[in-house]
Design a protein around this ligand. Structure first.
Ligand code: CA
Length: 416
């Protein structure tokens, strides 16, 4: 698919994250009391609350954009989502007769504050990258027990915390917790010394399913509203002590950062990619009816406090084994109710190459092979003051569908 040209000139630049092909959804404010829905186009955000108030868009009898979340639009369902996109593309395309009416509702991105784009109903995190699962399993349990036997048959996950999902730019405090190195006789309570990131994509569920209902993978795919970048901050020393037998708890409960713009499944459709064939055939209820992944280039950047950001890892969403639709279908196999606003973390995305690993745990091999930054300092894990940024985009012919950035800076721990 070629670039779709817009009368918003900056949207036609080849390096722009937000061309007309993308139209990602966010929540913005110019006055903190008045956060509302908008769509990014070029270096602008179109104020959809104002467009709706002017009578140029009417998705529902009640206003759905003069709200600080997209959940009410999700509730209208996939037909309304498609109608909204068709209308926005028509109004924002080059030579659209709507230009004169819409132009006053554009606000420069440089002048807005961005907020969480939806109310996160619940957060579930998965473990869908074979390279990541193998690397972590090797470090935590040894090479012979690296990949758990269930991993080949289903997308492994755990229920995380929606309460600490935060928008890009939010500072994250280094957590304290119980730490017990293997050589110690007893645990101590202390700030984590192994603060880490996890490079993930988050799928936003847009349609609810009632308790007692199972979902096919195809049904699940149609329920996905869009995707955000997701950094599942982790404390590896706390995790290593607490995770058996019920999985991660405080090691991952302190913060999860997401990017401000929901990139829709429709915008990503031209970039579909298939997962590798599974080692063993999946049971019928998890088999993919078609390609479920997308070709999305992903990067991790690190900047020491006051220093320049540099890329420390680069990988691709298509490295995963399970897609979000399989994860959502698996989530509902028992009859678990799913809700619009549920956030499903893909799991850390790692490729085969050493610099394609989506966590510092893997990049530095649990701190034994430190990275050297351009300022000469070494990193085994994240230090206080460091800024970690995830970026991602799918590359089209002369344009890109970008996610923007998912950034967070680490504050020192409170007194233990
Ligand atoms: Ca994770």
């Amino acid at each position: 698919m070629p670039l779709m040209r817009s009368w918003v000139a900056s949207a036609n630049d080849a390096g722009c994250d937000f061309p007309l092909n993308n139209l990602p959804y966010g929540v913005f404010s110019t006055d903190p009391q008045d956060a509302r829905c908008g769509v990014a186009i070029g270096d602008q955000v179109l104020d959809l609350a104002a467009v709706e108030a002017a009578g140029l868009i009417a998705l529902s009898d009640a206003p759905v954009f003069d709200l600080p979340y997209w959940n009410d639009v999700m509730d209208l369902g996939p037909e309304a989502w498609a109608a909204l996109r068709a209308l926005l593309k028509d109004m924002l395309k080059e030579a659209s007769p709507d230009q004169a009416q819409l132009a006053p509702f554009l606000v420069p991105l440089s002048e807005v504050r961005l907020h969480l784009p939806f109310v996160v109903s619940e957060f579930t995190d998965f473990y869908a990258s074979r390279h990541h699962a193998t690397n972590v399993g090797t470090m935590f349990r040894g090479a012979e027990n690296a990949l758990p036997p269930n991993w080949l048959h289903m997308p492994i996950g755990y229920n995380g915390r929606a309460s600490t999902v935060v928008i890009s730019g939010t500072q994250v405090r280094r957590p304290c917790g119980q730490i017990k190195p293997p050589e110690a006789d007893a645990p101590r309570f202390a700030p984590t010394e192994k603060l880490d990131i996890e490079l993930e994509l988050g799928a936003v569920v847009g349609v609810s399913s009632p308790m007692g209902t199972r979902l096919s993978v195809a049904e699940a795919e149609a329920m996905i509203f869009g995707y955000v970048l997701l950094n599942d901050w982790s404390a590896r020393d706390i995790q290593a002590w607490e995770y058996q037998p019920l999985g991660p708890f405080q090691a991952k409960a302190f913060a999860t950062s997401i990017s401000p713009w929901i990139v829709t499944a429709e915008a990503l459709a031209p970039f579909r990619a298939a997962a590798p064939d599974p080692d063993v055939p999946l049971l019928p209820h998890l088999q993919a009816p078609g390609p479920l992944l997308y070709d999305i280039d992903l990067s991790v950047l690190m900047a020491p406090e006051g220093g320049a950001a540099e890329v420390i890892a680069r990988t691709n969403y298509a490295e995963l084994t399970y897609g979000a639709a399989q994860q959502l279908a698996h989530h509902a196999t028992s009859g678990c109710a799913m809700n619009a606003g549920d956030l499903l973390g893909s799991g850390t995305i790692s490729g085969a190459a050493p610099d394609a690993r989506g966590s510092l745990l893997e990049l530095t091999w649990n701190g034994t092979e430190p990275l050297t930054l351009k300022d000469g300092t070494e990193r085994r894990f994240v230090e206080d003051g460091d800024m970690l940024t995830l970026t991602g985009h799918a590359a089209g012919d002369g344009y890109r569908v970008g996610f923007g950035a998912c950034a967070g800076q680490i504050l020192p721990a409170l007194e233990p």
